[in-house]
Design a binder for this molecule. Structure first.
Ligand code: ADP
Length: 568
């Protein structure tokens, strides 16, 4: 937040300056009233004309300054919310993979929408109002002292009482506001879950359950907000009653002073007017201070996200991959959990093809993620051509590896954009990628070819088509290391076979395929099969070697072969 404010220093200064000018000028109305009433009661026409003229000039200036203040404060709010959102978004993306996946994406959504709105309503706006009203208050105090020190003393007494109230509510409101923010985050998360699960909900006739869940969450979120609002209501009504009490006190004391001949009628009107200008600001400050205090937890949450910069250093050594990718005594576990990679030593040679196989959950994907620099907090050593992976420039390293996952994320755009991802490629490269990935086969049947939209997360395409786009996405970039993490599992067997055998023929490419497809012909084309079991490499060798000498892989292979692979 502080950085965002610092970024808009000039606009903030202009806003504060005009806030001070308009607020202070507003107080002068009381003096105008006093002078014009006293002039009227004395029958002084010359003075009356003079005051009238001055008042017109004053009004004009007040209007212009008021407009400038209003405009600059709105522009300030706009700029601050833009900056805050940008900072939070950048912070979210600058997190490393481990930190990012520690929170639900709905939390981030909520921070970027609900929390920023809360900050606008409960921090920025109240802060501006408080500042403005402090000025009105100070200016009124000066004029009041000039008019009647006695009335001023009474007003100050009442005011002390009024200031004591918000401190009683502050702490409780802070807890309540924090609860509102957390509940909104849960609400967004549930909503996202329900909307993303549309297909499951429909096909399992869970409509009622979804409605009921939504109803409960909706009520819970609204009620928690109402609990905070109840406290605001109490705070506001106590403040208002005290404010009216104060104004009553002023009128009665001033009237008494007139009766005893110590005050002019004009001064009475001015005092009443000023007591409004004195009490009003205190009221606004009292209403807003608990809001500002209460928003602290939300502010901290936003600041925490906005200041994240735990992405690995991007100024490391330039990665070179001419020989090997090696791991020695590699061990890894996720933040909360037992070791997933227990003790792995492995050497992958450039240009060779590796099939990584083993039962689900044995750590295949995790191993590949570690080898490609996705996670940082492992024990042991990983080296690319002899250089420690942790010393390499992370962005350049990412540019050397393509990974094709089982679930491919598709941006809501056309096929071409989903392959090229904001980059330009020569037509020949695109054509080659379309051929190797087998996209050309289904492209003939789409209405607009490469420009056909894929829908939200590729919903208009089949799983197999999405995977073929992912293959093309990876191939067009011509990266030296390709990881297929069950990357062709949804493609029909014939096309999957064609794609994989084409990839196996690319000499320069180092390929790591995580697969459950125990196709003998395909596995026979791999240089090495790495068979994993429970976080370790149990056996490694060519298909022939493993089938002849080992028994662990052989029994896995025999069992898996009996299962029919998925096709789509
Ligand atoms: P495989 O690819 O062999 O199926 P994974 O490497 O995906 O296995 O998972 C190995 C183990 O690590 C599993 O027990 C899984 O539950 C756990 N795991 C995988 N990803 C995460 C994660 N992001 N956070 C916590 N645990 C995970």
């Amino acid at each position: 937040m502080k950085q965002a404010v610092r970024q808009h220093k000039l606009l903030l200064t202009v806003t504060l300056l005009f806030s001070i000018i308009t607020s202070a000028a507003g107080v002068l109305i009381a003096l105008v009233l006093q002078k014009v009433i006293d002039a009227a009661l004395q029958g002084d026409l010359g003075l009356f004309r003079e005051i009238l003229l001055l008042s017109l000039v004053y009004l004009l200036l007040l209007g212009v300054f008021g407009f400038i203040y209003s405009l600059s404060s709105k522009a300030l709010i706009r700029n601050l919310t833009i900056s805050l959102r940008e900072r939070v978004f950048r912070g979210v993306f600058r997190q490393n993979a481990e930190a990012f996946s520690a929170s639900n994406t709905a939390d981030y959504l909520s921070a970027l929408t609900n929390d920023i709105k809360l900050l606008e309503d409960h921090y920025i706006q109240p802060m501006l109002q408080v500042l403005q009203n402090i000025v009105v208050f100070a200016a009124s105090l000066v004029v009041l002292l000039y008019l009647s020190p006695l009335v001023t003393a009474i007003l100050v007494g009442c005011m002390v009482l009024m200031f004591a109230i918000p401190s009683l509510f502050g702490k409780a409101l802070q807890t309540k506001q924090s609860a509102v923010s957390s509940q909104m985050s849960i609400f967004t998360s549930r909503l996202k879950d329900l909307l993303s699960g549309y297909e499951v909900i429909k096909s399992y006739a869970m409509g009622r359950y979804a409605e009921q869940t939504f109803k409960e969450e909706n009520h819970r979120a609204a009620n928690i907000r109402f609990a905070a609002d109840r406290m605001f209501a109490l705070n506001e009504s106590v403040s208002h009653t005290l404010a009216i009490l104060t104004q009553f006190a002023v009128v009665f004391i001033a009237a008494y002073l007139i009766i005893t001949g110590n005050l002019s009628a004009g001064s009475l009107v001015a005092l009443v007017q000023l007591s409004g200008g004195f009490v009003g600001p205190v009221l606004v400050i009292m209403e807003n201070l608990p809001k500002i205090q209460g928003i602290k937890p939300v502010l901290e949450r936003i600041d925490l996200l906005a200041e994240v910069n735990n992405e690995p250093i991007t100024e490391g050594l330039t990665p070179v991959f001419n020989n090997s990718l090696e791991a020695r005594n590699l061990q890894f576990k996720y933040t909360q959990g037992k070791p997933v990679i227990k003790d792995i030593s492995l050497s992958l040679e450039k240009g060779k093809k590796y099939a990584l196989v083993g039962p689900s959950g044995c750590g295949k994907s995790t191993l590949v993620k570690l080898l490609t620099g996705y996670y940082d907090s492992f024990d042991g050593i990983i080296e690319l051509d002899g250089t420690d992976l942790k010393r390499l420039d992370r962005e350049q390293l990412q540019q050397m590896v393509s990974t094709i996952h089982q679930n491919v994320y598709m941006f809501d755009s056309d096929i071409r954009h989903n392959i090229c991802l904001h980059e330009e490629f020569p037509d020949e490269m695109l054509d080659r990628a379309l051929q190797t990935s087998g996209i050309h086969k289904f492209l003939q049947h789409t209405p607009n070819g490469l420009l056909s939209p894929v829908g939200e997360n590729g919903l208009q395409l089949s799983g197999g088509q999405r995977q073929r786009i992912a293959v093309a996405r990876a191939l067009i970039r011509n990266k030296p290391l390709l990881v297929l993490d069950e990357g062709t599992s949804a493609i029909d067997m014939q096309t999957a076979y064609e794609i994989e055998s084409r990839l196996l023929k690319l000499e320069e490419l180092t390929l790591i395929t995580i697969t459950h497809n125990m196709n003998e012909e395909l596995l026979g084309l791999y240089d090495q099969i790495i068979y994993m079991e429970d976080g370790i490499i149990a056996e490694m060798g060519s298909l022939k070697e493993l089938l002849e000498r080992g028994d662990k892989f052989r029994s896995f292979y025999t069992l898996e072969k009996e299962e029919v692979p998925a096709a789509g």
